[in-house]
Ligand binder design. Structure first.
Ligand code: DQA
Length: 150
């Protein structure tokens, strides 16, 4: 089973970027935890971080017939990324959107971006590892969901 893990703009700065909001964990540490979980579950991860929306879209396209699911933190693109939204909608596999912070508390203009992706399963904090495991083990579970992971 192959799962895409897509990290959007500025997430390469995790750990030093507004740690009071996004925490002190670096992206390398987040990825190491994901890789460890994937190894336990016998799953292959394709992890990509990009500061460019097109790279995330190209990665989805390149994996349209290869991936079984995707986890994405679109970061700032969440709030306006119509092309990324369209690419996600075109995927035949489930895509789960995750965030470190509560995006609802931020003062962004949601525009027409990924609003349709925001099928919030729960307003509260949830267990990160359990969510990822759920995606990996049940790739046909809800197509798009928005979850806080912190
Ligand atoms: C984020 C939330 C977005 O609003 C913000 O632009 C980010 C990170 C999060 O994980 O909390 O870059 O996606």
């Amino acid at each position: 089973m192959r799962i895409l893990v897509l990290h959007g703009p500025n997430l390469n700065l995790l750990g030093r970027r507004e740690p009071h909001i996004y925490g002190k964990e670096t992206l390398a540490e987040v990825n190491a935890k994901l890789e460890a979980l994937a190894r336990e579950l016998g799953t292959e991860l394709v992890i990509v971080q990009s500061n460019h929306e097109g790279v995330l879209i190209d990665t989805l396209h390149a994996n349209i017939d290869k991936a079984d699911g995707a986890i994405i933190n679109p970061a700032g693109i969440t709030h306006y990324g119509v092309p990324l939204h369209d690419a996600i909608a075109a995927m035949p596999f489930p895509v789960i959107e995750v965030h470190l912070s509560n995006t609802g508390r931020r003062r962004h203009d949601p525009g027409t971006g990924l609003a349709l992706l925001h099928d919030r399963a729960s307003g509260g904090r949830r267990d990160r590892a359990r969510e990822r495991e759920a995606l990996i083990q049940r790739p046909r579970s809800p197509r798009c969901a928005c979850m806080e992971t912190k």
